[in-house]
Design a protein around this ligand. Structure first.
Ligand SMILES: NC(=O)c1ccc[n+]([C@@H]2O[C@H](COP(=O)([O-])OP(=O)(O)OC[C@H]3O[C@@H](n4cnc5c(N)ncnc54)[C@H](OP(=O)(O)O)[C@@H]3O)[C@@H](O)[C@H]2O)c1
Length: 265
């Protein structure tokens, strides 16, 4: 169903974004791949070509989502590539590994610049294109952390909760104008997210932690997301650990959930 569609994926140089690029390549979509590291995007493009997608169907579009001028220019380049943008997957993101008491305000601001304002800026630059087309699909990789607050993630959980609110509200605004909105809420997925997470002083955590190391395989995660997108789901929970059950506990027994997370290390 995605053949011939133009799909723009941010955070495509690694992890979930990279794995999604391979799924869409196999589905015959035209791809716009964005992240900051151009060499990694070229590697992903080569792998997409290896899966049978013609090189001309992949645009490598390096982008720092926190730079508004870059975002505006990239939105124009993405539209000019095929003349339409059918789906934007706001997937770029960074996490956090620090207690509130140890976290600098600059680190909170950085988390929000990447995980919130970067996604809003990009969505705002693509929304007029989709409204003019009378069709389109806005997607965001939020998180279970967008529904549940856990230790060492005050900034990350706040950012992901913000994204859930933003995209749920946007869905209500554009539902009658042909634009669909999907929020993805992954649990622990085996990617580089912990390695690049910010410590309190803004430096990188630099290692994989137990939860991520034991998380879902990223390719399996991407396949599950594809199934959800094909069905036009408004929300796609994806993961296979206890954190997915926690979503249900939070919904029906919030106090039990709060006690559970207080006990977590
Ligand atoms: N892995 C999990 O357990 C998990 C769970 C829930 C939600 N998520 C969310 O899933 C998304 C993808 O993360 P991942 O797990 O795949 O981690 P990842 O492997 O670290 O990928 C993060 C991606 O974001 C890009 N990125 C970071 N800062 C950027 C910026 N300023 N501008 C543009 N691109 C930027 C990175 O590329 P460059 O470094 O090349 O810019 C990279 O491609 C994130 O939004 C994350 O919060 C992950």
């Amino acid at each position: 169903m995605f053949k011939g569609q133009t799909i723009w994926i941010t955070g495509a140089s690694s992890g979930i974004g990279e794995a999604l690029a391979y799924e869409f390549a196999e589905a015959g979509a035209s791809l716009v791949l964005s992240a900051r590291r151009q060499a990694e995007l070229e590697r992903v493009k080569a792998a997409c070509v290896g899966k049978g997608l013609p090189g001309a169907d992949v645009l490598v579009l390096p982008l720092d989502v926190t730079d508004e001028a870059q975002v505006t220019a990239a939105a124009k380049a993405a539209k000019d590539f095929r003349g339409h943008i059918d789906m934007l997957i706001n997937n770029a993101g960074i996490s956090q590994r620090s207690l509130c008491v140890d976290t600098d305000m600059a680190t909170y601001r950085r988390l929000f610049e990447v995980d919130v304002f970067g996604q809003i800026a990009l969505t705002k630059s693509v929304l007029p294109v989709m409204l003019e087309q009378g069709r389109g699909h806005m997607v965001v990789t939020a998180s279970v952390a967008g529904k549940i607050g856990v230790r060492q993630r005050t900034g990350y959980c706040a950012a992901k909760h913000a994204m859930m609110g933003f995209f749920d509200a946007l869905r209500a605004e554009v539902a009658n104008q042909g634009v669909k909105v999907t929020t993805i809420t992954p649990g622990f997925i085996r990617t580089n997210i912990a390695t690049h997470a910010l410590k309190g002083d803004g430096s990188e955590f630099g290692k994989v932690d137990k939860n991520i190391a034991g998380g879902m395989d990223v390719s399996k995660c991407a396949k599950a997301i594809m199934r959800g997108l094909e069905k036009g789901k408004k929300e796609i929970p994806v993961g296979e650990g206890a954190e997915m059950k926690a979503l249900w506990v939070k919904r029906f027994f919030p106090n039990t959930l709060f006690r559970m997370v207080e006990k977590m290390g």
